[in-house]
Ligand binder design. Structure first.
Ligand SMILES: NC(=O)c1ccc[n+]([C@@H]2O[C@H](COP(=O)([O-])OP(=O)(O)OC[C@H]3O[C@@H](n4cnc5c(N)ncnc54)[C@H](O)[C@@H]3O)[C@@H](O)[C@H]2O)c1
Length: 130
């Protein structure tokens, strides 16, 4: 069964890296691209058309409750990452997030602590880069 993915953040980097990669995985039935969300709905729609997601939305929490994905890919800008990821931890859906996991060491450490406390797995792109 393909891993059902919800993706949040249809920005420039996602257009360059994550969208094409996820699309290739979807073509091989490794993943199923259930949902792309962005606060800018038009951006989400264009991203969906480009990489063939099933749905596009600007309402993350409502759509996550409806779709119940197996994993969430979060590629929003750094200033939004920690708060958004923290808000999703109670769902206990594994996340893959972009760097950095916070705009300060305090924010990043606090997010790591919250992820352990909720038991929600948060994978981090390029964790070995300072
Ligand atoms: N690994 C790398 O080499 C590499 C390279 C470039 C960027 N990045 C990282 O990728 C991430 C994305 O960068 P980008 O250039 O695509 O950013 P971007 O600003 O172009 O796009 C971010 C998108 O996230 C959306 N967004 C923000 N908060 C949201 C929310 N709460 N819900 C839904 N959507 C929301 C914004 O509307 C925007 O469209 C950043 O964390 C950046 O550091 C990594």
């Amino acid at each position: 069964m393909p891993l059902r993915i919800a993706h949040i953040g249809a920005g420039e980097w996602s257009r360059y890296a994550h969208g094409p990669t996820l699309q290739r995985l979807a073509e091989r039935s490794v993943v199923s691209l259930e949902l792309i969300c962005d606060l800018q709905l038009e951006r989400a729609r264009q991203f969906s058309d480009l990489f063939h997601y099933h749905r596009a939305s600007d309402n993350i929490h409502q759509m996550l409750a409806e779709v119940r994905p197996d994993a969430i890919v979060c590629t929003v800008q750094p200033s939004a990452t920690a708060e958004l990821v923290r808000s999703m931890l109670p769902l206990q859906i594994p996340l893959f997030i972009e760097k950095p996991p916070g705009v300060s060491l305090v924010e990043a450490t606090s997010l790591a602590t919250a992820s352990v406390a909720t038991g929600t797995f948060v994978a981090f792109n390029r964790r070995s880069i300072p």
